[in-house]
Design a protein around this ligand. Structure first.
Ligand SMILES: *[C@@H]1O[C@H](CO)[C@@H](O)[C@H](O)[C@H]1NC(C)=O
Ligand SMILES: *[C@@H]1O[C@H](CO)[C@@H](O)[C@H](O)[C@H]1NC(C)=O
Length: 317
């Protein structure tokens, strides 16, 4: 009898404490200092409006007033940090070679037209600028624009060089870096803990386990950015008739587990920003902000800008 009462009161105490700390996390954790706050994030510079990851794309996005550039990094054979998505050059340049096997000066230009990965049947027709830029070019051109860097290869030299560039251009307060791989994120954090990191994929799974067991409010977190896809967009990217029942069920489940207002509210109260990718439609922008996401990554910077302006969500200038 007493045992049952004891267990019951302990469980009740745990549930109440967890619920209280979920709502008011600063009772236990110091709120992380946000050095910038991004609502409008241009994915690969806005891959549907300009050729992805080109200076032309970044210039367009910054001129439009984007809050952040999202880009990807690789290392060339002569150890230069370049901004490009794929390790292999075939898709984007038509050349059958790896970036890591070529010197920077040998890199081919992009093709005139590139498929937009996160928009079905969409091809981006580029302008003059087809050059694969150096990360340094981006830092020099946009000294005040926050940049989200995806470290695309697990290569210690790449991580070290990116950190050196970030330090050299005095951008530790304007950068977030990482990758879905936990090993890469750990190396980034070890290389330079002053540059904020994002949650790797295994850490996102851990985060969800902690959230659904009520443990999350008690656990310290080193990451400062949660960057996750909106699983539902898969239904737009692929023909639903060609998705199997289990694929559809998995998408539905992932969407329900991940897109949680209470989770986003808790994280943002702890000073962790929540970015959702890659959204290209108004209804998805709306859903993300309704759920309490802090920012949206898009291939259509103009579309997102119009949406923010019309809904009174733009930052005051
Ligand atoms: C990292 O990249 C450089 C340049 O491409 C290469 O020489 C080196 O072997 C790579 N290191 C590892 C551990 O893959
Ligand atoms: C993370 O890095 C791996 C290489 O280790 C790469 O294949 C992958 O595309 C990257 N993931 C993301 C989400 O960028």
């Amino acid at each position: 009898m007493y045992g049952a009462v004891y267990v019951l009161s302990t469980v009740t105490g745990y549930v109440l404490t967890s619920a209280l700390l979920l709502k008011c996390p600063t009772l236990l954790h110091r709120k992380k200092k946000e050095r910038f706050h991004s609502k409008h994030i241009s994915h690969r510079g806005g891959a549907a409006e300009n050729l992805e990851n080109t200076m032309a794309a970044f210039k367009h996005a910054v001129a439009l007033g984007t809050d952040m550039l999202e880009l990807d990094c690789h290392l060339t054979k002569d150890e230069q940090v370049v901004v490009s998505h794929d390790p292999h050059l075939q898709r984007a340049t038509g050349i059958n070679a790896y970036i890591s096997d070529m010197a920077y000066g040998e890199l081919p230009p992009y093709l005139c037209k590139l498929d937009v990965t996160f928009q079905r049947e969409c091809i981006c027709e580029g302008g003059e600028d087809k050059r694969i830029p150096l990360l340094k070019d981006v830092f020099e051109a946009f000294p005040n624009t926050p940049v989200n860097i995806d470290i695309k290869v697990n290569n210690d030299t790449l991580i070290k060089k990116v950190s050196e560039l970030v330090v050299k251009y005095d951008r530790e307060h304007l950068t977030v870096w990482g990758n879905a791989s936990n090993q890469i994120v750990r190396k980034c954090y070890k290389e330079n803990p002053r540059i904020p990191v994002l949650f790797s994929f295994p850490r996102v799974l851990q985060l969800l386990c902690l959230f659904y067991t009520g443990l999350l409010p008690f656990v310290p977190l080193k990451e400062q950015f949660l960057e996750i896809p909106m699983p539902n967009i898969v239904n737009k990217l692929y023909d639903p008739n060609r998705m199997s029942k289990s694929q559809r069920l998995f998408t539905w489940l992932a969407d329900n587990l991940l897109m949680r207002k209470a989770l986003f509210q808790h994280l943002t109260a702890r000073g962790i920003q929540v970015y959702i990718w890659v959204l290209n439609d108004e209804e998805d922008f709306q859903r993300a902000f309704d759920l309490g996401a802090t920012g949206v990554m898009t291939d259509f910077p103009t579309r997102l800008k119009d949406f923010l302006d019309r809904n009174g969500l733009s930052k005051p200038q």
